[in-house]
Write a protein that binds this ligand. Structure first.
Ligand SMILES: Cc1cc2nc3c(=O)[nH]c(=O)nc-3n(C[C@H](O)[C@H](O)[C@H](O)COP(=O)(O)OP(=O)(O)OC[C@H]3O[C@@H](n4cnc5c(N)ncnc54)[C@H](O)[C@@H]3O)c2cc1C
Ligand code: FES
Length: 255
């Protein structure tokens, strides 16, 4: 099926300072998305900005899908002002997705900041099986926690300043958790967040012999493997985040 389709904005509401939840209804048929995949959204009809912007599938809904986004620069500032009824041109779902755990594996899902946008639908799909670790700088930067309530097995919140949950990073908490691995059978990690966080998670996973999948972000122009703008160095050469990723086995990345 064609991966280009039109979708109409049903709502585009702030969930937090600088973060919006965009709900879209597809007008044309769309390919069924999987957790970890992403879309390229056209945020403007004109030439400025010319390029589509990449956003993870946040949630599949009955009428279409949702995107959770941080208002960062030009494209997302335009996006935040788009009203209900606006029709967007969308390309997706793109890239690979999180491989699901086997019955003997315990999924540990880790989100740093806006990384929650990529892993939320995985937590939902794993329905009550996932141990979720969600970290941010401060309490006001942790959001969608109410929505997570119905899906996780356990939720550990962490903040750098200690204003909510554990004071410290998700990496600090994760290390203690995987050391008690009997409780979790075989842990398998799924993580999305800042690259520095992912690098630390990869190190921890490797040191403890735990499998880890990380979702990477790179600047993307085409989203379909044509421009080579999003390559990362891996143990088997350069790979495109938009095509071979965004989800990689953490051991394959040359950090
Ligand atoms: C696979 C993937 C999934 C993503 N999912 C989400 C998500 O669910 N929610 C969310 O808030 N953000 C997500 N991002 C980041 C999002 O694409 C950028 O924040 C957005 O493109 C910024 O656009 P801008 O015009 O507002 O910012 P500007 O800084 O003005 O953008 C300038 C250029 O840089 C690119 N760019 C800037 N920051 C990033 C970034 N972090 N990653 C990739 N390209 C960037 C833009 O696409 C644009 O081409 C994702 C990125 C990728 C690659
Ligand atoms: S964005 Fe063009 S190759 Fe990945």
């Amino acid at each position: 099926m064609n991966r280009y389709f039109r979708a109409e904005i049903r709502s585009n509401r702030p969930v937090h300072i600088n973060h919006n939840l965009l709900s879209l209804a597809n007008i044309d048929p769309m390919v069924e998305p999987q957790p970890g995949q992403f879309y390229m959204l056209e945020v403007s009809k004109g030439l400025d900005p010319l390029l589509k912007r990449a956003f993870s599938l946040f949630r599949r809904t009955q009428e279409g899908f949702q995107i959770l986004y941080r208002i960062k620069g030009k494209g997302t500032s335009i996006l935040k002002d788009l009203k209900k009824g606006t029709v967007l041109h969308v390309l997706g779902p793109l890239g690979n997705f999180y491989p699901l755990p086997s019955d003997s594996e315990s999924p540990l899902v880790i989100a740093g900041g806006i990384g929650i946008a990529s892993v939320f639908s995985l937590v939902e799909k794993l329905s009550k099986k996932a141990f979720v670790f969600y970290g941010a700088r401060a309490e006001q930067e942790l959001f969608m926690t109410d929505a997570l309530e119905s899906f996780h097995r356990e939720l550990v919140l962490c903040t750098d300043d200690g204003s909510c949950g554990v004071k410290g990073t998700v990496v600090d908490v994760l290390t203690d958790f995987i050391k008690k691995r009997d409780e979790f059978h075989q842990p398998v990690i799924y993580a999305c967040g800042p690259k520095a966080m992912l690098r630390e998670i990869a190190k921890t996973a490797l040191a403890n012999g735990v499998k880890a999948y990380v979702s990477l972000e790179e600047h993307m122009a085409c989203g379909i493997g044509a421009c080579l703008g999003c390559v990362v160095k891996t143990t088997s050469g350069h790979q495109r985040v938009c095509k071979e990723g965004p989800v990689f086995d953490a051991r394959e990345i040359v950090w």
